[in-house]
Write a protein that binds this ligand. Sequence first.
Ligand SMILES: Cc1cc2nc3c(=O)[nH]c(=O)nc-3n(C[C@H](O)[C@H](O)[C@H](O)COP(=O)(O)O)c2cc1C
Length: 196
Amino acid sequence: MLTTDSYELLRQLASPIVAVTSAHAGRTNGMILDSAIRASISPEHPRLSVYIHKWHLSHDLVGASGRFGAHLLHQGQFDLVHHLGFRTGRRVPDKLGTVPHRIGETGVPVLADCHAAFECRVLNTMDAGPSTLFLGEVVATHRGVDGAVLTAEHFRANLPEAWREEFLTNYREAQERIRDLADVEDVRRWRGPTAT
Ligand SMILES: Cc1cc2nc3c(=O)[nH]c(=O)nc-3n(C[C@H](O)[C@H](O)[C@H](O)COP(=O)(O)O)c2cc1C
């Protein structure tokens, strides 16, 4: 992992660990992020946003469908983070195949085991260079297991030793990829799902 002092300080500005699910044209997928944030204080219009790197399969599926599922996890879900967050669905044919879930009312996979699940409709996007920020309106909420939410801090502090090298290699590879993607090219309003 490449780092600087300002980067180390910025890494503390992480969200809880969130599993993002997506589906389009018969393909489902799941990934992990720690860049989600509540984007509204309105009970009538609950919203959240997530940053997803442009090369992820999830980026394609969320963009095409205009929908995503966002799941807060509990502290017993380290294996799920490893399963969804260390390998791309471009190489693993069916990441959700072994993860119990159902298809929710918006068409996104809703994980059976989680602290909370939010089904979201994309309201707007922002090109953020290497990633896209998707602003989602929460259209359905599901309560899961009570107890402490899995935070990024807890995950990093308790990362199993056997996964450390893989975690750092993935991190370095992502940092290499974003080197040439810092420019924000596309400043526009969301025009709806790209799939017709
Ligand atoms: C703890 C953790 C945090 C992550 N945070 C992000 C993030 O904020 N944004 C992102 O695009 N990828 C993030 N990732 C990486 C993706 O989850 C990972 O590359 C995944 O394999 C992408 O899957 P996909 O290509 O199947 O969509 C994170 C991974 C882990 C383990």
